[in-house]
Design a binder for this molecule. Structure first.
Ligand SMILES: Cc1ncc(COP(=O)(O)O)c(C=O)c1O
Length: 345
């Protein structure tokens, strides 16, 4: 199916800006760095999920579903954005949020917004992390028994429909680069469920963009992603009638920046968030874009990315989660030390 024939709802304010990050670039001693600001897709405080949801909810609405079930982590951005769009569309919203038993549920950040949006929330221990057991299917049956028509969204919006959003983003970025005479060598993106990276890759395989896409995983292992991404691309290509992956294509994926686990902030992530805020005045998030930026900075410092390159960093949003990380972000900052000194505590 051609993308233009797919059911789509328009939520995002597009194109998102492509901005020079000259101060960051200077601080790091090159390369030229630009931010593609998908944190500014606007709907429900923005983020990469908005582009995916235009197609995913387009299909759900076209097929007459009246209830959305969204699985995710406790600070899921997907859950926040889908809950907001569900309200706009007049659909029921059920969030099923999972995490390890020892994880503390912080009701600030995305969760606070989901409460304000009035979403029904079910909390579940998921071990292994993304294994929701029978919870999702059980909930679906319960809702069906009430006469509702529930639509179970793919984790992270990573489905062939969701990928269509990032094939479209590839076209948008190509046009911006042409207009601004930018020839990017590399595009950096955080990888969670992998749909954004896979959609961008499918875009790059079909649209002449000339950049390599480097993904920084925030949860899954490289080994897992090297199998999963080609599978995703294959499914996306078959839905959209596009050219798929071939075996010679090498994927640029790193899993060295995850830290202890998904969602557990690392020291380098904290430093990356501070650096970008202090050089560019832009907020990254502690779960995805902060870790991706930590990876990009490390690769620049190691010389794996030359100062002659032009690099685009896809800012995928997620900053509302910052407010659930007050202890981790504030505690070690100079401000806290200053406060401690001045109060004598
Ligand atoms: C802010 C943010 N960045 C990046 C990602 C990763 O996207 P994907 O799941 O498509 O790999 C997510 C996914 O939850 C996200 O919320």
């Amino acid at each position: 199916m051609n993308i233009s024939d797919m059911p789509r709802l328009r939520f995002a304010q597009l194109p998102t800006p492509l901005e020079e990050a000259a101060n960051l670039s200077k601080f790091l001693g090159g390369p030229r760095i630009l931010f593609k600001r998908d944190d500014l897709t606007a709907s429900a405080l923005g983020g990469n999920k908005v582009r995916k949801l235009e197609f995913i909810l387009g299909r759900a609405v076209a097929e007459g579903y009246d209830t959305l079930i969204v699985p995710g982590g406790y600070q899921s951005n997907m859950a926040r954005i889908t809950a907001s769009l569900a309200n706009k569309l007049g659909l029921n919203i059920e969030l099923v949020l999972g995490g390890a038993p020892e994880e503390v549920i912080n009701h600030n950040g995305n969760l606070l917004l989901e409460h304000l949006l009035g979403a029904n929330i079910t909390y579940v221990n998921t071990v292994p992390r993304w294994d929701f057991g029978t919870t999702l299917e059980d909930l679906k049956k319960k809702l069906q028994a009430k006469g509702l028509k529930p639509y179970l969204l793919p984790l992270g919006g990573s489905s062939p429909e969701g990928m269509a959003g990032y094939v479209e983003a590839t076209l948008e970025l190509k046009e911006q680069c042409l207009l601004q005479s930018i020839k990017p060598d590399r595009l950096f993106v955080a990888i969670g469920s992998g749909g954004t990276y896979s959609g961008l890759l499918l875009g790059a395989l079909n649209i002449d963009v000339g950049y390599q896409i480097t993904g920084v995983s925030v949860s899954r292992t490289r080994e897992y992603l090297l199998e999963k991404v080609p599978e995703n691309v294959e499914h996306g290509a078959s839905l959209l009638g596009m050219k798929s992956f071939n075996a010679d294509h090498t994927l640029s994926i790193y899993d060295d920046y995850v830290g202890d686990s998904y969602g557990a902030i690392t020291d380098d992530c904290r430093k990356a968030i501070q650096l970008v805020a202090r050089t560019e005045g832009v907020f990254l998030d502690p779960v995805y874009s902060g870790k991706c930026m930590a990876g990009m900075i490390d690769l620049i410092r190691k010389g794996a990315i030359s100062s002659k390159e032009t690099v685009i960093f896809l800012h995928t949003g997620g900053w509302p989660a910052l407010f659930a990380y007050e202890d981790e972000l504030f505690q070690s900052s100079e401000t806290k030390q200053y406060l401690r000194k001045s109060t004598g505590s």
